[in-house]
Ligand binder design. Structure first.
Ligand SMILES: [Zn+2]
Length: 477
């Protein structure tokens, strides 16, 4: 794509489904995948005469998110009715928050292309979800299961300057939601949704263009592609002397293009007014303090601690902390192994490869972190060589034995007899005079070659620490 001469100005509105067991204003369950219209009751169907009751857990989860994002929580916030007609909105209005949202300010801090960025937040508010319509052949169907499911909407300032930044922002926000255990972050199931406001600024005049709104982006990749598409489209319009029309566009991932959906509504189109069926929402200092106490260590702080405490690389810390469960697993394995660097190396290589091959997460890895730690301890002490440790790990994956039990049962104790190892070293050195000469001439990488030969000669059972020592002496000699 040609580089745009305009500067993109992007703001994101993220809707995250809060992981409460029941809906925002009634007792219906919230789990995904039930048969259509099974999770409904008079309240979430909006039948006459019913009254909503606020779900405390919903507020508590949003509160923790607000605190983690450094937002200012209002001691008193208010629910409002957002009025619009839509077939999947049986009440004819959505309960949301308008001029007195739960929280304002704060920021999402994230890395993009090696730079640390900070995008400010406008507001964070609570609302309920609408239902879902299906259009099939000549008729339409509606499923109200999602009606009244609790959402938190996180609205960013228009401070994002590229599609890649938008993607990185979202990735970080999702990680935070998952660390806080307030949202599954599953975009395919609609638990995390993202709309974008996009406009272009002319750097010569400083003039801001008319924004459009992009909806229906169902993956991280989709967000990036849709924004690239829209920036290019608006650039074309402006280059050809036209004017961008304020509208809402629907992203079509399969076609790789966006279609106009409707004229974009403005706040006054919704005729917001305070929800008369709900009292003001007061968050007292004790509630706030309690929520703050229940915050876990946040992912970026954890990344820094991993580097300092365990002496691992930044990239390793980032990969481990990308998933809270993986980071938890690592910490237990590192402690059990007594060698955190080795634990990081093995988890990021062997364990990750297994997870990738089986297309699953660390929660389904058959070897728990204590057992893995036990194996690493044997490897670290030199009781097992790397090839033998791999072999033992294969057995551990298939059963429940500890590494020590497998080693004892199979008699896998390493060959540690110096006389035996010494003669093997001499044999290997004598058998490879050319490599010895090149090593002595400065080609130090050949050390690995000799170790490999020795491992072959001992069928992986030679004590690597002793072999290394003996080999060093022989080569230097
Ligand atoms: Zn209900």
């Amino acid at each position: 794509m040609a580089k745009s001469e305009f500067i993109p100005v992007i703001g994101l509105e993220v809707h995250a489904q809060l992981l409460t067991r029941s809906k925002a204003f009634c007792g219906c369950p919230t789990n995904y995948g039930a048969d259509p219209n099974r999770h409904t009751c008079p309240v979430c169907l909006g039948l006459p005469g019913v009254l909503p009751v606020l779900n405390r857990e919903m507020v508590d989860m949003a509160l923790r998110l607000a605190l983690a994002l450094g937002a200012q929580v209002r001691p008193v916030s208010q629910f409002a009715r957002k009025n619009y007609f839509y077939p999947d909105l049986p009440k004819g209005y959505q309960i949301s928050q308008f001029d007195r949202p739960l929280a304002e300010g704060g920021a999402v801090e994230f890395d993009c292309d090696g730079a640390a960025l900070r995008v400010g937040l406008l507001r964070l508010h609570l609302e309920e979800d609408a239902g879902k319509s299906f259009h099939d052949g000549g008729h339409s169907l509606v499923d109200f299961n999602r009606c009244g499911v609790p959402l938190v909407e996180i609205v960013s300032e228009p401070e994002i300057e590229s599609p890649a930044q938008a993607r990185a922002y979202l990735t970080e926000l999702r990680r935070l939601l998952q660390y806080l255990e307030v949202c599954s972050g599953n975009m395919e199931e609609g638990a995390l949704r993202c709309d974008a406001n996009v406009s272009l600024r002319d750097p010569a005049t400083g003039r801001m263009g008319t924004p459009t709104e992009m909806k229906n982006m169902n993956s991280f990749r989709g967000v990036q592609r849709a924004l690239e598409y829209e920036i290019e489209r608006q650039s074309e319009v402006l280059r050809s002397g036209g004017a961008v029309v304020r509208q809402t566009l629907l992203w079509d991932e399969a076609a790789g293009e966006a279609r106009p959906m409707r004229r974009k509504e403005l706040a006054h189109d919704y005729r917001y007014f305070p929800e008369p069926d709900l009292v003001l929402l007061e968050v007292d200092p004790a509630w706030m303090a309690g929520a703050r106490d229940r915050l876990p260590e946040l992912p970026r702080a954890r990344e820094r601690r991993f580097q300092e405490q365990y002496g691992i690389q930044q990239q390793q810390a980032q990969t481990l902390c990308a998933d809270r469960a993986l980071a938890d697993y690592y910490e237990v394995a590192a402690a059990a192994s007594g060698n955190p660097v080795l634990a990081a190396n093995v988890i990021l290589a062997e364990v990750q490869r297994w997870l990738k091959d089986h297309d699953t997460g660390i929660g389904r890895y058959p070897v728990d972190p204590e057992r893995l730690g036990g194996l690493l301890q044997l490897l670290d002490r030199g009781t097992l060589s790397t090839p033998l440790a791999r072999e033992v790990l294969q057995e551990m994956l298939a059963g429940v034995e500890t590494a020590e039990q497998i080693v004892a049962r199979r008699g896998l104790a390493v060959m540690g007899d110096e006389a035996v190892l010494g003669s093997l070293v001499r044999q290997v050195v004598e058998a490879n005079p050319e490599e010895v000469a090149r090593y002595r001439a400065g080609k130090r990488q050949l050390f690995g070659f000799f170790m490999g030969e020795l491992m072959k000669a001992t069928r992986g059972k030679g004590d690597p620490v002793k072999l290394r020592e003996l080999l060093q002496k022989a080569l230097e000699g």
